[in-house]
Design a protein around this ligand. Structure first.
Ligand code: ZN
Ligand code: ZN
Length: 142
């Protein structure tokens, strides 16, 4: 048997899996989550700190739910969490779309070659290239 201290109330309980919370706290947390989820849905312009205050939840807990993709804010800036790879603000999960794509691409390359990944040619976005300048022009380059 695996006995642990509940992370929230410090009571001893038989730990099975998931977050280290006793059944009572887990239930409480789940209720809290439903409140938070509803609040975020009804107040789409609200940021993580306002939600924490309004629902009396720790921002760390809110961030964890966002990381688990259980909680999604309307705007990346509202959640206030960054991609674990490049630091770009994201709405939920751990990585931004670009990094996710990069990782999937790298992964499928490994699958295709069936061996160690070949050195990936770095696709750097050259902001000064004539093509980019053309695309950046608001008038479409005339
Ligand atoms: Zn507890
Ligand atoms: Zn990223």
């Amino acid at each position: 048997m695996n006995v642990k201290n509940c992370r929230n109330c410090r009571r001893l309980f038989n730990y099975v899996m998931g977050p280290i919370l006793c059944p009572a706290c887990r239930e409480e947390m789940e209720e809290k989550f439903q409140i938070v989820k509803k609040y975020v849905q009804e107040n789409v312009r609200t940021g993580i700190h306002e939600v924490a205050e309004a629902c009396e939840v720790d921002t760390a807990q809110l961030r964890q739910w966002v990381r688990e993709e259980r909680l999604i804010f309307a705007e990346p800036s509202l959640a206030g969490i960054g991609c674990e790879k490049c630091g770009k603000l994201i709405q939920s999960g751990k990585f931004c779309e670009a990094c996710k794509k990069e990782m999937t691409d790298g992964f499928s390359q490994v699958l295709k070659s069936g061996a160690a990944p070949a050195p990936v040619k770095k696709k750097t976005v050259d902001r000064d290239s004539p093509r980019m300048r053309y695309l950046d022009r608001p008038d479409g380059g005339r």
